[in-house]
Structure formats: structure tokens, C-alpha cells
Design a protein. Sequence first.
Length: 149
Amino acid sequence: MPRLSDIIEQFIKDMLSDNEGSIELQRNEVANKFNCVPSQINYVIDTRFTPLHGYYVESHRGGGGCIIIKRVLVGEGEYLMHIINNTGNFISQQEVQAFINNFVDYGIINDKEAKIMKAATSDKVLPFEPIVRDACRANILKNILITLV
């Protein structure tokens, strides 16, 4: 059974798809729809609609809490080169998985390719101390992306 956070995330993604990648939400209205507190909506937006996930979020306080969410739209090659150039020398498993999920959402890779990439960058296959593991993971990700470009 999906968690409430997953349901709210999917609701917002569906709205974005229906509205050409840009929406304006009233925090209280969405909270009422899902019979939850407004802070639950904040949690979903703060953790699942970040620049790392390919979104721009603008929040306006007062008057019910208006939130504008926009999906960042760029070309596939441009997006991959941006990731390659801005990844740095270290990257965590959580960050890599967020990127891979974005690649699937953008249609850059399919689900099977995403599973392979997640397996190749997993902590399970990189049995090193954290700093070495994160450096190795960054190199693996960059090499995969260079191949995709």
C-alpha cells in the first residue's frame, strides 16, 4: 500500500503533466484533499520536488500558502552534460538514485537501464570506506553518462 507521501507526490506530478510542467498550489487546499496537515505537503515538496529532482519551487507565504512548482525542461544531452559537469568528485548513493529516477522520468533511460545503473552505483558493490566509495560512485556515474551523451 503506498504511503501518503507517495500519493501526494504522484498527484502533484500528474498535475504537472496536465499543465505543461508548471503549477500553482494552495498548500491548505491540497492538505484538505488528502486529509492531512499542510506540513505534510511541505515535506513532500521539500524532499521530492528539489532542483536535484529537476524542479524549481517558489513558495509564497500568507493567504493559504501559494506554491509554484515548475519542471526544469532541457534537452537530453544538455541535461546529461550539466550533471557530468556539476557532479563533483564525490556523490552519495541517495543522490545517484535521485538522478537515475530523473533520467527515467525524462525518458533518457528505461526502467531496466535504471536498475542496472542503480546496481552499479550501490553501496553493496562498492565495499570501501565512505569517502572512497563516494568518489568511485562519482566516477562510475560520469562514465555512464558520457557513454549516454
